[in-house]
Design a protein around this ligand. Structure first.
Ligand code: PEP
Ligand code: MG
Length: 591
């Protein structure tokens, strides 16, 4: 790769794409867009005489693949430690699987086919089985198997691995396999940015171990960025900026410095409670997408899971998982979190998250989404509710409904819970009969009706990501209107206050699980407005806890009162910036 541009290009407008911060740090430099070379496999017939040579090619490719993997393994051991390097041991074991290899050789002989087509066919069978397991762990393993398969095929075809990078680069790619991450780390990789993947993907975990800044889930980074483009990656905020200006770079660099200094202070906070100086405890929990995320959130000091996005199990699959498959996942999550609680949100599909039965809508965010889908799919909904109820025997499971816009929907959803309980009773299955039910407040009509809804359920959780887009009429994913998507818009804050007050006047606790809950600029304000729980992305949890522990509830209430008198987002942000910085001068804040 040749890097043509090494400095900011002031002639181009900067563009920022937002994803998820996966590994902390800032990286500035040229992009290298890496598209994985998937070898193409053509099935060819071979003659009797060619069989021996074909088997030789296969064996030589295996030897070469093993050598490559051994090298990656020992490099990974030095860089990542023995535990993390085990991924590659597992890949070597596949290569050394004598049954698999002798099956491939036998098929080359019997079917007289070229080696790569048999390798592809035989190993793909394994991969399909693993993908069918509907278990996130098995899915990751299926990718490992695929990786080994491509490696053998590439070596049979005598193709070289991708060319080494020249100089430093930020790698932009669709997804990152563990081997790619390790190989890249031998080059001067400044950061990783991927279109796909969440906080628990291998790419994210490895980047954190390798201490390389990373942003994942950027969706369209590979489509927009070209190799050689000058970019700035913010692993804290999970953004990548193309053609960043001098000012953007300077501000990111000073942010990195402040974060490093501040992070050093946070190392010991995980075991301390989230309590204000005057002893008001705030439930500080985490948002997770997959089972793997639960452990990481607990290590970060989380008091349970405030939003478990169950639809992650469904997205990209051709069908809904069975009751058993779901039960297994929910049960394990509940066990890991115990004695804390986990709030499972029922499938929130539709909008930007496609349902298995893909259905085209002109206006999906205003369409068939969340609870609307669940109520229209009784069997799917009841299956999920039974699985959730069965996982509740420790009494630490709660259920929450997304995208509610009417009280009627809440009542119908509760009827479904009642039906699921009856069905389990007739099957003599145990569950928590008093399991708590909640509703996400993320549609303006639900916010207006918060008191009525609170009357129906045990808790409310404010989903600011959607609430803001619906309240302000600003698509949360449309960069053209991004400046209008304002978390601190006075209308948003007044709505949040209205919901909290409505909940409290009905003795119902009110939490928040939208991204705003994890914004350090919002913490004191939310405390002051009386929020009972904040469910945040686990990476920011220590910082939010530090803020909670640095302020008194009384102070926070006074600040919130002043904020509610202001009428523009900028005034509010400036005021919160100044007051937060006064209370905790060392905190790095973004305005
Ligand atoms: C929200 O809307 O605030 C929320 C937490 O849900 P999601 O981001 O999954 O739509
Ligand atoms: Mg939402």
């Amino acid at each position: 790769m040749r890097n043509k541009v090494h400095t900011p290009d002031n002639t181009k407008d900067e563009i920022t794409i937002k994803g998820i911060g996966a590994a902390p740090g800032i990286a500035v430099g040229p992009a290298y867009v890496y598209s994985k070379q998937i070898p193409t496999v053509e099935e060819k017939s071979i003659s009797q005489e060619e069989i021996e040579g074909e088997i030789e090619r296969l064996r030589a490719a295996n030897v070469r693949s093993e050598k490559e993997l051994q090298k990656i393994h020992s490099f990974a051991e030095q860089k990542l430690g023995t535990q993390n390097a085990k991924i590659f041991e597992a890949q070597i074991m596949i290569l050394n699987d004598s049954i698999l290899m002798s099956t491939i050789e036998k098929r080359i002989k019997a079917e007289r086919k070229n080696a790569e087509s048999v390798v592809f066919d035989e190993i793909s069978k394994y991969k399909r089985l693993m993908l069918a397991a509907r278990d996130e762990y098995m899915h990751e393993r299926a990718h490992d198997v695929e990786d080994v398969m491509n490696r053998i095929i590439r070596n049979i075809q005598d193709q070289r691995l991708f060319s080494r990078l020249e100089g430093e680069a930020i790698v932009i790619t669709e997804t990152l396999a563990p081997a790619d991450a390790v190989i890249f780390s031998r080059n001067k990789i400044l950061g990783y940015a991927t279109d796909l993947g969440g906080i628990t993907s291998h790419a994210a975990l490895l980047s954190r171990s390798l201490k390389i800044p990373a942003a994942v889930g950027l969706r369209k980074a590979t489509a927009i960025i070209q190799s050689g483009d000058f970019v700035a990656l913010d692993g804290y905020a999970g953004t990548i900026t193309i053609h960043p200006s001098e000012e953007t770079i300077t501000s990111l660099q000073s942010k990195a410095k402040r974060f490093t200094e501040f992070e050093e202070q946070l190392a010991t906070i995980a075991k301390l409670p989230a309590v204000t100086k005057d002893n008001r405890t705030v439930e500080l929990s985490s948002n997770v997408e997959f089972l793997e995320g639960v452990e990481f959130s607990l290590l970060q000091g989380s008091a349970g899971v405030g939003l478990y996005r169950t639809e992650s199990q469904v997205l990209g699959q051709g069908q809904y998982p069975s009751e058993e498959e779901q039960f297994k996942e929910y049960e394990q999550a509940a066990e890991k979190v115990f004695p804390h609680s986990v709030i499972f949100r029922t499938f929130d599909i539709g909008g930007d998250k496609l349902a298995p039965e893909f259905y085209h809508e002109e206006n999906p965010f205003l369409g068939w989404r969340g609870i609307r889908v669940c109520l229209d799919r009784p069997e799917m909904f009841l299956t999920q509710l039974r699985a959730l109820l069965r996982a509740s025997t420790r009494k630490n499971v709660r259920i929450m409904f997304p995208m509610v816009s009417t009280v009627q929907e809440v009542r119908l959803a509760k009827d479904f819970v009642h039906r699921a309980k009856e069905e389990l009773r007739s099957r003599h299955c145990a569950f928590d009969a008093n399991l708590k039910i909640g509703v996400m407040i993320e549609v303006p009509s639900a916010a207006m009706l918060a008191a009525d809804i609170a009357h129906e359920v045990d808790f409310l959780s404010i989903g600011t990501n959607d609430l803001i887009q619906y309240l302000l009429a600003v698509d949360r994913d449309n960069s053209a209107v991004a400046p209008l998507y304002q978390q601190f818009h006075p209308a948003v804050l007044r709505t949040i206050k209205m919901v909290i007050d409505a909940g409290h006047s009905n003795d119902t606790w009110v939490g928040m699980c939208g991204e705003m809950a994890g914004d350090p600029l919002a913490t004191i304000l939310l405390l002051g407005l009386g929020i009972d729980e904040l469910s945040v992305v686990p990476t920011v949890l220590p910082e939010i806890k530090k803020i909670i522990r640095s302020v008194s509830h009384k102070q926070a209430r006074e600040i919130a009162e002043s904020v509610l008198t202001l009428s523009t987002e900028q005034e509010i942000k400036d005021y919160l910036y100044t007051t937060t910085a006064k209370i905790l001068p060392e905190i790095p804040l973004e305005v």
